[in-house]
Design a protein around this ligand. Structure first.
Ligand SMILES: [Zn+2]
Length: 243
């Protein structure tokens, strides 16, 4: 039994919290003594839907163990890890490997994200159904830093995840408008002599995907929403009750 005293909750109220075998059993003013949390804030566990645990393949940068330890230290209880590992997490075996590493680390729930296309190459759908029904129970699919640009593939991916209530997380960036781009397009980019990313590169992919989400009745998540116009497109999609 753990009792937290004088902690500030998300509503800025000062409360005591009783935890029994990992379960919160009482919140209020308790008479028992406990750990004094004066000046500390207590919140539900955070979930980070976009992390890079880099394993397998890039262990020099991060591993599932080091990444999930940092997550736990920052108040996170679950992280979703992106598929741009080497090899790419595009099969049931590979996502299970990441999932098992998360279990072995034992700090937070590590939920692998599966690649939408094989090798993140945008040519062929990956084993979406197999990853979903694997031990890793993958529900989110993304090509991470690469846009699923082929419209037909994107539609097939949305159809595939709909069967189990999954989500496609899209890196919305038309690659034909952004070769060699370094910063947002505008007067400053021109002044610095850098190649700009036009806002339309992001907005037109979100528009297209919103229409595909409407057509398929499937769920879409937009990673990296960065322009005012993109916010307008998402607002429009939400006004039509698209998921
Ligand atoms: Zn990323």
């Amino acid at each position: 039994m753990i009792i937290l005293k004088n902690a500030q909750n998300a509503k800025a109220e000062i409360v005591d919290i009783k935890i029994d075998k990992g379960v919160i059993v009482e919140i209020g003013k308790l008479s028992e003594p406990g750990i004094d949390c004066t000046g500390l804030v207590v919140l539900p566990g955070f979930v980070d839907v976009h992390t890079h645990l880099r394993e397998p393949g890039f262990e020099a940068s991060e591993t599932v163990l080091t990444g999930s330890r940092s997550a736990a230290a920052g108040g996170y209880t679950a992280v979703l890890s992106m598929a741009n590992t080497a090899p790419v997490s595009d099969t049931a075996e590979l996502v299970e490997e990441v999932y098992e590493l998360g279990l072995a680390a034992g700090y937070v729930d590590v939920q692998p994200i599966g690649a939408v296309t094989k090798g993140l190459l945008g040519k062929e759908l990956s084993a979406i159904t197999e990853m979903a029904s694997s031990k890793a129970n993958v529900k989110v699919f993304s090509d991470d830093g690469v846009c699923v640009f082929d419209e037909k593939l994107m539609e097939q991916a949305l159809v595939a995840v709909k069967k189990f209530g999954g989500v496609i997380a899209q890196h919305a960036q038309d690659p034909t408008l952004t070769p060699g781009a370094q910063m947002n397009e505008g007067a400053l980019a021109t002044e610095l002599g850098l190649t700009g990313w036009p806002a339309e590169a992001e907005e037109k992919i979100i528009e297209r995907d919103a229409l595909l989400a409407q057509k398929t009745g499937s769920r879409l998540h937009v990673c990296h929403l960065t322009t005012a116009g993109a916010v307008d497109v998402v607002r429009w999609a939400k006004s039509r009750a698209l998921t």
